[in-house]
Design a binder for this molecule. Structure first.
Ligand SMILES: CC(=O)N[C@H]1[C@@H](OP(=O)(O)OP(=O)(O)OC[C@H]2O[C@@H](n3ccc(=O)[nH]c3=O)[C@H](O)[C@@H]2O)O[C@H](CO)[C@@H](O)[C@@H]1O[C@H](C)C(=O)N[C@@H](C)C(=O)N[C@@H](CCC(=O)O)C(=O)O
Ligand SMILES: Nc1ncnc2c1ncn2[C@@H]1O[C@H](COP(=O)(O)OP(=O)(O)OP(=O)(O)O)[C@@H](O)[C@H]1O
Length: 463
């Protein structure tokens, strides 16, 4: 199979083939590398298994077959095949991606964006700018006529759970909406991880789990030296969420992507490179438009809020403090590589810094296994990057804006638990303190969001 790695990108095409699905919830996403001037091919298949309802079969949901079972809609299946394509494309970065079944204008925009923006970090780190602009060969299909979403606000949301702080804030806000609005959340994850299961248990709400298995040939290609790097994984999780909602008869898919995730890390070759692109508002709009008129709406409940406002709210949700994990080392595909709170990655630095004004010091240190990360000289540079000290670049991880980090530092410096801490007396750290205007701005409500009215009201109540 490693012939694909030695073939020139111009002589190689990645085909996105027709996805297959059945009423049991099994989905096969099929891709094929094809040599342009030879006859060698390499087929890759990714499998996704959609869950059944936690309450038993719901006859009213989805499109019914004769036997009452449900098959996923072709529109969402096609979107999933496009959203998952970057994993396979990035291994060889062929000059052409072909979709023999054709693309509607919206699908073409979607594929262009998940490659052109979703692979920004991959292209930057591997220094392959051409990765962002492959030729897309696909017959033009007519757009499906746009359909308005139903007028009422959704009441049966499927809430994505990542095991971290953000989804917890959403879960509790939606639960609080219940008595007045009838909102009843169901929790969902792609694959199963200990912090996600523990979060669902702490919430006491039903969790449904979709399974996603990459083609093992991708790992073999990686071992043989294929290009590798970050992919827009939230794009995949989001479309899987829409397929799950359709299958279970739920009326919304709710993510917990905050305002800050729309801001990039660096501008390179005229492109804003954003590790979190598929968590940003541009992706949210694109998918919401593509999913419009379907079974479920797609939006992010925390879009109007900053990371710091979310941290402040999460600080109050103490039942979850022993169970959540934001550190990405807990989420490797291979369970033997998983680890809780490594204490040395940008997400650990970020959570430690931004929770420090809102959680008593002893409790914060307990979350990190009894460690005070401010006191560890090996972590100093990581904090400096978050604070943008001396113009350092924001790390490639899901972390907030430098001004939010500086506002957190300022609040921590004023907090009695941290008085006299040597880290805060470090002159380079002290130079990052900000005034009250910046602190206040770090809690602002952002109006660029897609929240239905009752959800917007609930989000405002978090401030
Ligand atoms: C857990 C983690 O941080 N993974 C990133 C890491 O990959 P690593 O090899 O250390 O571990 P695995 O995730 O187990 O991946 C094994 C290989 O599989 C490839 N792969 C994985 C998922 C996928 O959808 N497609 C793939 O091709 C992967 O490239 C490995 O070869 O480093 C990778 C390279 O930078 C990252 O791509 C891995 O990130 C995962 C895709 C992932 O799930 N990450 C989330 C924890 C994550 O980053 N969430 C974001 C949300 C932003 C977004 O949507 O872009 C965040 O919290 O920052
Ligand atoms: N495996 C997963 N399955 C479904 N949704 C996920 C998964 N991992 C992350 N998400 C969702 O993707 C979005 C972005 O993930 P992110 O890691 O930023 O959030 P989080 O885990 O809630 O919080 P934190 O920032 O503390 O990690 C969130 O809505 C999260 O719930």
């Amino acid at each position: 199979m490693s012939w694909v790695l030695s073939t020139s990108p111009e002589s190689l095409v990645l085909e996105v083939l027709t996805p297959e699905a059945d009423a049991s919830g099994e989905i096969a996403l099929r891709y094929r590398y094809r040599e342009l001037d030879g006859d060698r091919t390499l087929e890759l298949t990714e499998h996704v298994t959609l869950p059944d309802s936690p309450h038993g079969p719901d006859e009213s949901a989805g499109s019914s077959d004769a036997d009452g079972a449900r098959t996923p809609s072709a529109r969402l299946l096609r979107l999933l095949a496009l959203a998952a394509a970057p994993s396979y494309y990035k291994a060889c970065v062929p000059a052409t991606i072909a979709v023999p079944d054709g693309l509607t204008p919206l699908e073409r925009r979607f594929l262009t964006a998940v490659i052109g923006h979703g692979l920004g970090e991959f292209a930057f780190r591997n220094d392959v700018p051409r990765a962002l602009t492959p030729t897309i060969e696909a017959p033009d299909l007519d757009e499906v006529a746009p359909v308005e979403d139903s007028a009422g606000d959704p009441v049966r949301p499927l809430v994505a759970v990542g095991g971290g702080k953000d989804s917890v804030v959403t879960i509790e806000a939606l639960r609080a909406m219940g008595p007045a609005t009838g909102v009843e959340p169901t929790l969902f994850s792609v694959n199963s991880y200990a912090p996600i299961e523990a979060t669902a248990r702490a919430a006491g709400l039903p969790l449904v789990v979709a399974r996603r298995r990459l083609d093992p040939a991708l790992f073999a290609l990686n071992d043989a030296g294929a290009l590798n790097g970050h992919v827009p994984v939230t794009a995949v999780n989001s479309v899987v969420g829409l397929l799950v909602a359709e299958r279970l008869g739920l009326d919304a898919v709710v993510f917990s992507n905050e305002a800050s995730s729309s801001f990039g890390n660096v501008t390179w070759q005229g492109v804003e490179v954003n590790h979190q692109w598929s968590k940003g508002i541009e992706f949210e709009r694109l998918l919401a438009e593509a999913a419009a008129g379907g079974a479920a709406r797609y939006f992010s409940f925390l879009r109007p809020l900053t990371e710091l406002a979310i941290m402040r709210r999460f600080g109050q949700l103490r039942d979850y403090h022993p169970v959540f994990t934001s550190c990405n080392r807990a989420f490797h595909l291979d369970p033997s590589r998983r680890r809780l709170w490594c204490g040395e990655c940008p997400k650990c630095h970020f959570v430690f810094l931004c929770l420090s004004p809102f959680v008593p010091r002893a409790e914060l240190e307990a979350i990190f296994g009894g460690r005070d990360l401010f006191a560890d000289p090996a972590q100093r540079e990581g904090f400096m990057e978050l604070l943008n000290a001396g113009g350092r670049m924001k790390p490639f991880e899901c972390v907030g804006e430098p001004d939010e980090c500086r506002a957190a530092l300022t609040l921590t410096q004023r907090h009695p638990d941290w008085v006299g801490h040597p880290f805060l007396a470090d002159p380079e750290v002290a130079a990052c303190l900000v005034d009250d205007v910046v602190v206040e701005r770090a809690f602002a409500f952002h109006d660029d969001h897609l929240l239905p009215a009752s959800y917007e009201k609930a989000a405002r109540a978090l401030l």
